[in-house]
Design a binder for this molecule. Structure first.
Ligand SMILES: O=C(CO)[C@H](O)[C@H](O)COP(=O)(O)O
Length: 252
C-alpha cells in the first residue's frame, strides 16, 4: 500500500477504535480521502453492532460510502444530536483549529461537527502543522451563494486582506465548482498574521453578505489523529496534550 494511504488508514483505524463505541447509535461520517478507512473500520466492528446504528453523511461522497457499506443512512434533520462525527481535514494546527472544504463539503461538515457530542479529525502526517496555511496553501474555502460571489471576492481582495482569493473552477466541467448545496466556492489565502489565531478572520469572512460558511473550524475537535510514515499515530487532544502511539500498539 502507498505510504500516505497507509498513514490515512492508521489514523482512521485508531480513531474509530478509540471513539466509536458499541453504545453509539448516531454517527457522523465526514468527507475526504481518509474517511473510506473510517467506514472500513466501522464495518469491521461487525453487523451485530452496526445493525441499530444510523450514519449521517456530510455530502455525496460519504453518502455513497455509507450506502455501499450496507450501513443505515440518516439525515441530520432527523438526528440533530450525533454521538460522534469523524472527518478529514486539509490541515490542523497545534490548537486543533483546522481548514476544511478542500472537497467543498465544509458547510455540512460544520453542521455535523456542531451536532456531535464528540468531533474527531483524521488525517495523514502532512496535515499536522503548527500554523494553518503551511502546506495547504490554496486558501480558506468559502461557500458563497452564486449571486454574491463577485462582491464577496471584492471584499476579500480589498477589505479582508486576501488579494489572491479566487473562485474555484471545476475540472472536467466548464465553469465553477458547485457545492452539494448549489453554491460556489472561493479559495482565499491569508498570511500568517491571520492564521495564528484564525477565529478573528473566520468571523470577519462569515459576516460578509452572501457567505454561507467558512472552512475554518476553530477549536471544535476533541482530538486529531495523524498517521505517521513509521507506522506510529500522533494524537493531538483538545487542551494541548500530544500522545504518540508506537507502531506495535497502533490499530491495524
Ligand atoms: O474538508 C474536506 C472536504 O470538504 C475534507 O475532509 C478535506 O478536504 C480532506 O480531504 P482529503 O483527505 O481528500 O485531503
Amino acid at each position: 500500500m502507498d505510504p500516505i494511504e497507509q498513514s490515512k488508514r492508521l489514523a482512521a483505524y485508531q480513531a474509530v477504535d478509540n471513539h466509536v463505541q458499541p453504545q453509539h447509535r448516531v454517527i457522523g461520517i465526514g468527507s475526504g480521502s481518509t474517511v473510506p478507512y473510517v467506514v472500513e473500520r466501522i464495518v469491521q466492528q461487525g453487523p451485530a453492532v452496526n445493525k441499530g446504528r444510523v450514519f449521517i453523511p456530510t455530502g455525496f461522497q460519504s453518502k455513497q460510502l455509507i450506502v455501499e457499506a450496507g450501513l443505515g443512512l440518516g439525515d441530520v434533520d432527523q438526528y440533530p444530536t450525533i454521538d460522534v462525527t469523524l472527518d478529514g481535514a486539509d490541515e490542523v494546527d497545534h490548537l486543533l483549529n483546522c481548514v476544511k472544504g478542500g472537497g467543498a463539503c465544509h458547510l455540512r461538515e460544520k453542521v455535523l461537527a456542531e451536532a456531535a457530542s464528540t468531533f474527531i479529525l483524521v488525517a495523514d502526517h502532512r496535515k499536522n502543522v503548527q500554523y494553518l496555511g503551511t502546506n495547504f496553501t490554496q486558501g480558506v474555502p468559502i461557500e458563497v451563494v452564486p449571486f454574491a460571489y463577485a462582491k464577496v471576492l471584492q471584499n476579500l481582495h480589498h477589505i479582508l486582506g486576501s488579494p489572491n482569493a479566487t473562485l474555484r473552477m471545476a475540472i472536467k466541467k466548464a465553469g465553477p465548482v458547485v457545492s452539494d448545496n448549489g453554491n460556489f466556492i472561493i479559495d482565499a489565502p491569508f498570511g500568517r498574521e491571520h492564521m495564528e489565531d484564525p477565529y478573528v478572520i473566520m468571523a470577519q469572512i462569515k459576516m460578509l453578505t452572501g457567505v454561507v460558511e467558512v472552512g475554518l473550524f476553530c477549536k471544535m475537535a476533541q482530538a486529531a489523529y495523524f498517521g505517521n510514515a513509521d507506522g506510529s499515530v500522533t494524537i493531538r487532544w483538545k487542551g494541548g496534550k500530544v500522545e504518540q502511539i508506537a507502531p506495535e500498539n497502533a490499530s491495524t
